[in-house]
Design a protein around this ligand. Structure first.
Ligand SMILES: [Cu+2]
Length: 68
């Protein structure tokens, strides 16, 4: 189990947060997703989670993420 941290830009409301949470939750190995709207902080917990897959999932949701 490990934790990855990212910063997401472009989220403006709780719906944005839900979209990001939903997409990232679908990634193989992910067990927990925490998104903070105000700071854009995205924390992903799980086993052997590919950081690139997280960046892709956020992109898929319509936002931009960087590893933080
Ligand atoms: Cu929104």
């Amino acid at each position: 189990m490990s934790t990855l941290s990212f910063t997401v830009s472009g989220m403006t409301c709780d719906h944005c947060v839900s979209s990001v949470r939903e997409e990232v939750s679908e990634i193989s190995g992910v067990t927990a997703v925490d998104v903070v709207l105000e700071s854009g902080a995205l924390t992903v917990s799980g086993d052997n989670v590919d950081p690139a897959a997280v960046l892709d999932a956020v992109d898929e949701a319509g936002y931009q993420a960087v590893v933080s």
